[in-house]
Design a protein around this ligand. Sequence first.
Ligand code: AHR
Length: 499
Amino acid sequence: MKKAVLHLDKYFKVGEVDKRIFGSFIEHGGRAVYGGIYQPGSPFADENGFRKDTAELVRNLRVPVIRYPGGNFVSGYRWEDGVGPKASRPVRADLAWSSLEDNSVGTDEFAEWAKSVGSEVMMAVNLGTRGPEDAKNLLEYCNFPSGTYYSDLRISNGYREPHHIKLWCLGNEMDGPWQMGHKTAAEYGRTVAETGRLMKMLDPSVECVACGSSSYGMPTFGSWEETVLDEAYDQIDYLSLHQYFGNREGDTAEFLASNNVIDRFINSVVSICDSVQSKRHSKKRINISFDEWNVWYHSNEADGKLKKWTKAPHLLEDVYNFEDALLVGSILITLLRHCDRVKVACLAQLVNVIAPIMTSDTGAWKQTIYYPFYYTSRYGRGKVLETVADGPVYESKRCGKVPFLDSAAVWDEKKDAVTLFAVNKDLREDMELTCDLRQLEGYRIAEHVVLTNDDGKAVDTESDPDRVAPRKNGVSKLENGTLTAVLGKHSWNMIRLTK
Ligand code: AHR
């Protein structure tokens, strides 16, 4: 059995976890909205047409913030189409996903739904085909109390109370040539500065996220961030990062090393933010919004064959397997370890479209990736402790030497709980993990939850929903202040210590 030692000290803290790192994302695309969260006429629908079964699964994930309405979709979106009497809302051709959008769900319905599942909206504005004026109008519609054209329009549409949306994405992936209204960094930087300025003049309490690179591999990565920050440093609060992964070569060890790309990506963007801060002699720090991340590749081929211009096509419906859940668990650990600078992160997406939750006309179920997200979101809140792991490594083509063990320790002082998240990426051998916990007196092991499966390709489906499911059967003990745990080969683990 391989061995690893984890060193931690309760006085060395990375930082406090911002709960918004457990955010997610609902885009108008595929069956995320229509058929996913909203399906009037379904036996699962409430009086407003929203699915109660989906809402329950979302609620259980404790998602504090949900990005909306896109994604690529937002870059051609006219938000006015989605408010007011439903009978007069237009059907539009959505160029992002070559689909039809009937606008039967829009800003007001989504804001109400988000509230009902315990989430806040992270609203994205269209800086592709539109600009600062429309973004400012949408903000006025959402947040202004009353007495102006757009706030009174909201009230006349039946929403007296403002939606109080605090977090705003200024466009989506504007560095990408696939994006409607794609811009150069300088063009986007200027647009974002003016949009942020107008929005903060109207509502100084809002926080603005500017688009960083659509992935670490973008040819403009680095220079894009620098230029956008040079232009808009004073108007924005966060810079966004997006990254998706896939086991396209069928090399699982390599695939599982992918969270190290996220690690590098975050470190690089933090360096750029801090270098621009230094250049400007600014006191203000720009933090990170990792507002799209996930595994995305299973559906690529099927999507290429889809019929265009239909409503709510089966788009981006990745069926996730067990190894995907391991990587999702590792990415969450990486985000925790960067909690000093990553303040927002969104698992992309939430329902049906590259999502932990799937629906059909007959029910809703959890995919494999639901589980690491569920546990990390519930128990990964508090202070992340600085940890150093001594353990075996392996060679990855993309990332060099990477550890078999990914781990993070979160201390929730208020609840008197220490939670250790750990992934053993070794596909052949178990690992014995030891950790000296003498500083944390009085704790005992409350549970050791394990997610594993003999078959990395095993999936959860509507007819077989529990093939990959967590078990509370981990082997661990705490004796004389030392924690010893067996992390099974290819397993995700959560060891929870309470008093
Ligand atoms: O989440 C799916 C798509 O991925 C989003 O619309 C876009 O922002 C990204 O390219």
